[in-house]
Write a protein that binds this ligand. Structure first.
Ligand code: PMP
Length: 405
């Protein structure tokens, strides 16, 4: 008769559960390739130099802790918008973009799901298969009315984007459906469409009048360059008749994971200007009901960087440091597997972009790596390259070699 006695049991799984298992492992050779968070060459968390300097300049000990406006910090939102869309697009269509500061990328994804569910006739959301593990839960929890569908994204046999299958499946999408695309550095596969493929996807969305949702969690991590990694978003936003949302996270590219810094932008070029106001006010209203407003501290740090050229230059150098180390670890793992003559073609380890390698290792192989060699990665075979260091990369390659031979 107590309410709580009927709560169904749930075993907590996924990356954070695996992380707890890793922490409890006492083996000295253990290697953590689980979570997508940057680590330095000693596998330790790293503060961006730009962030350290921004905090020093802010003199945080004397700062106030007032509420932000419901929409979030105006300065932060303005700068975040320019970072993802670029000056040319913002100068042209600023009035047609509704933006709100969110509880990082997860908050932005959740808010757009809630918004489409409550205020539009969106029928289905098309998610890539595979995708970030949280996408399905986010849509299930926040958009119970919207049907979840999947489109094939990756071919295990070619270890590349399965473009033909993707387009063929999306032929079933109906006007008023939404499609989720990863802006760059697709999680978990590390494979992005080519520019030509992006253009074809944009034209398909245009022809079918699909609402496009870009999840942008890795701007600056694919190529090391913020503008280059925004190419797909800007290409779509330049179409005059596409409706687009961008879920923007600064967790990875500013290393502000726990501070929850992000934004949601909704672009509607063909609609009358009043539509942007309606959308803006509805987003703020929905947000108010579940978090009121996004947190202040991380946004203040980000803003300090965005408003200051010297800190922006430092940030760009930090992105080069991070993407450069990831790239050198990809090469090191690849060369070692090649040297060992490990069966299989491992070029994908080197060619994929972003933080992850979709190794192609099976669930069973991943399990043996964990239980026998204390190397932890997701059951899908996704390994966070950030966990590799000059000290452990040989051990990881040798262990993979033993597991697959
Ligand atoms: N989208 C994708 C594809 C991600 O990989 C992540 C982080 N793992 C996020 C969104 C959200 O991260 P956060 O909420 O920390 O911004």
């Amino acid at each position: 008769h107590f309410l709580l006695s009927t709560v169904p049991a749930l075993t907590v799984e996924g990356p954070f559960a695996l992380e707890a298992e890793f922490q409890a492992d006492s083996d000295p050779s253990k290697v953590n390739l689980i979570i997508g968070a940057y680590r330095d060459d000693r596998a330790r968390p790293w503060q961006l130099r730009a962030v350290v300097e921004a905090k020093r300049q802010l003199r945080v000990e004397s700062s106030f802790h007032e509420y932000l406006p419901l929409q979030g910090s105006r300065e932060f939102i303005g700068a975040a918008k320019r970072l993802i869309f670029g000056d040319a697009i913002v100068n042209k269509i600023s009035e047609s973009i509704a933006s709100i500061q969110t509880v990082s990328g997860t908050g932005a994804n959740s808010l757009i799901a809630k918004f489409l569910d409550k205020h539009t006739r969106c029928g289905s959301i098309w998610l890539p298969d595979p995708t970030w593990v949280n996408h399905k839960d986010i849509w299930e929890v926040n958009a119970p009315r919207i049907e979840m569908r999947c489109y094939p994204y990756y071919s295990d046999s070619t270890q590349a984007v399965d473009f033909d299958q993707m387009l063929q499946t999306l032929n079933d999408a109906q006007q008023g459906d939404a499609i989720l695309l990863h802006a760059c550095a697709h999680n978990p596969t590390g494979q992005d469409p080519t520019e030509e493929q992006w253009d074809k996807i944009a034209r398909l969305c245009q022809a079918k009048k699909l609402f496009v949702i870009f999840d942008s969690a890795y701007q600056g991590f694919a190529s090391g360059d913020l503008d280059r990694d925004a190419w797909a978003v800007r290409h779509f936003a330049a179409f005059s008749d596409l409706e687009i949302a961008v879920c923007q996270s600064f967790s990875k590219n500013l290393g502000l994971y726990g501070e929850r810094v992000g934004a949601l932008h909704v672009v509607m070029t063909r609609s009358p200007p009043t539509t942007a106001t309606h959308v803006q006010n509805r987003l703020v209203d929905l947000h108010r009901a579940f978090v009121s407003m996004a947190p202040l501290f991380g946004c203040r740090v980000a803003n300090q960087i965005f408003q200051n050229q010297e800190l922006q230059d430092m940030w760009q150098a930090d992105l080069t440091t991070m993407s450069g180390r990831i790239s050198s670890m990809r090469n090191a793992l690849y060369s070692e597997l090649l040297r060992l003559r490990t069966p299989g073609d491992w070029a994908h380890v080197k060619n994929q972009v972003g933080m992850f390698s979709y190794t192609g290792l099976s669930k069973e192989e991943v399990k043996v790596l964990r239980t026998k060699y204390h190397i932890y990665m997701l059951p899908s075979g996704r390994a966070s390259i950030c966990g590799l260091t000059n000290t452990n990369v040989k051990y990881v390659a040798q262990s993979i070699h033993k597991v697959v031979t």
